[in-house]
Design a protein around this ligand. Structure first.
Ligand code: PMP
Length: 450
């Protein structure tokens, strides 16, 4: 396989190409109706390298989906792959026994926290998905507080397990499944360009936070004191919506005053995605529980964990078990990923390439169909809406996604009605690749939105 990338991206067939079509047919015949990504991105993947992925027909795409944010150093980073492979012949699976690879991984993760926070934290290794770590965080907080209610935010996404789904805003995913986890109360998120309270961002005084304050402080507010408030600092699946800093700070102040654990779901925003190791660092708050998963290994080997304040550590031995909590190859990859982040200044690259994307996508600001361009670090979204009615422009977003694919760029959709074009490049992406990808997005939006 050549990895000379000067001629990439390169799409030489219709999409899906003939071999991809065959794979997709086979998938449709045998796999679940609940399969999702290949429905809108109709390709079968053969191999990946860095920011690129090749389909089974030989077409090469820039991958700005990156395993839904998992591949922080792109596909198959050679040093990370070597570190993972090095473990495979030594020890692969170790439940939650201590091992040298796990200890190194844990120390590396903790080293990314401030000394003060680190000194207060404990870590639980969860089953290997974000949703499992969300479940763990809920159980931890419920056990420690003895309370049953949970506060979550509209538009948020926390996973597809029964409990994580209960915290998620997406009604269509919940509706068909009767008997969801009870006790979840949804409050508005600081989504200023579509303010749920219909206020203008320039005159509003973070009334969305005030609503939560009133509900929890008012003896007639209707909600018993919750076990946790669970927050994404940038809603990812919800359409790349960074929370307003004063919203986050007020929620931190409120939860601290009322002794309610604040859980930040950094499954997507963590591991450097927003330009700091965790997004909460940019909001000047310290959470009680941090949920991390997706990019912990840097290369797509699954790991999930929660880091939490020691005072919450009241659950019993075995309170949150799971067979797959000791993936030694993933731990070794995660250590190597952090080493490469530090050696190569990857967090600085996230900030620089993020600024580049902000500037390039900003060229769309005067397009009437572009409702908003927003993001943080290397999480970006372009929201399309009907200029007359303001309604989410889902069909155009799907057309943009499909056009981009044909031009050699994989992007995801998200947000209300999937009207937001989402870009999640590898965090070590080069300026050249960002430039090419942004050019394709601009061209796609201009082709379908004029
Ligand atoms: N939380 C957030 C913020 C997420 O973005 C996701 C996945 N997109 C999850 C939780 C669930 O992670 P997983 O799919 O690994 O269960």
């Amino acid at each position: 396989m050549t990895q000379t990338t000067e001629h990439y991206p390169l799409v030489a067939t219709d999409l899906p190409g003939p071999r991809s079509a065959e794979y997709l047919d086979h998938q449709g015949r045998w796999e679940s109706n609940a399969r999702s990504y290949p429905r809108r991105l109709p390709i079968a993947l053969a191999e990946g390298f860095g920011s690129y992925v090749r389909d089974v027909d030989g077409n090469v795409f820039i991958d700005f989906l990156c395993g839904a944010g998992v591949l922080s150093l792109g596909h198959n980073h050679p040093e990370v792959a070597a570190a993972a492979a090095g473990r495979l012949s030594v020890l692969t699976h170790a439940l939650d026994f201590p091992t040298p690879a796990k200890r190194e991984f844990l120390d590396a993760q903790l080293s990314m926290l401030s000394p003060d926070l680190r000194s207060r934290m404990k870590v639980h290794f969860c089953g290997p998905t974000g949703a499992n770590a969300v479940d763990a965080a809920l159980k931890l907080c419920k056990t420690a507080t003895g309370r049953s209610e949970v506060v979550s935010f509209q538009g948020g996404f926390h996973g597809s397990s029964h409990a994580a789904m209960a915290l998620t805003g997406l009604v269509s995913q919940k509706e068909p499944v009767a008997g969801g986890m009870p006790g979840v109360h949804f409050f508005p998120y600081s989504h200023c360009s579509r303010c749920p309270l219909e206020l203008r961002p320039d005159t509003c005084r973070t009334n969305c936070a005030a609503l939560l304050e009133h509900a929890l402080e008012d003896p007639n507010g209707g909600i018993p004191k919750p076990a946790a408030v669970v927050l994404e600092l940038v809603q990812g699946e919800g359409g790349v919506i960074p929370a307003r800093p004063d919203f986050v700070r007020r929620i931190r102040a409120l939860t601290r005053a009322l002794d309610i654990p604040l859980v930040v779901d950094e499954v997507q925003t963590g591991c450097g995605r927003t330009g700091t190791w965790f997004a909460f660092e940019q909001y000047d708050v310290e959470p009680d529980v941090i949920i991390a998963s997706k990019a912990l290994s840097g290369i797509g080997l699954p790991v999930a964990l929660i880091l939490y304040d020691k005072r919450l550590d009241t659950w019993a031995p075995g309170a949150h078990t799971g067979t797959f909590r000791g993936n030694q190859a993933a731990f070794a990859a995660g250590v190597e990923t952090i080493r490469i982040f530090e050696r190569d200044g990857v967090l600085a690259n996230v900030r620089e390439r993020g600024a580049q994307l902000r500037a390039r996508l900003g060229e769309l600001a005067d397009n009437p169909w572009v409702h908003e361009v927003r993001g943080l670090g290397l999480m970006w979204g372009v929201e399309l809406a009907d200029p007359t009615t303001g309604a989410p422009a889902a069909e155009r977003a799907a057309a943009v996604q499909s056009y981009a694919l044909r031009r050699g760029l994989i992007v995801e959709l998200g947000g209300r009605d999937d009207s937001v074009i989402r870009l999640m490049p590898p965090l070590n992406v080069t300026a050249e690749v960002v430039d090419v990808a942004a050019g394709i997005v601009l061209e796609a939006v201009r082709s379908y939105c004029s």
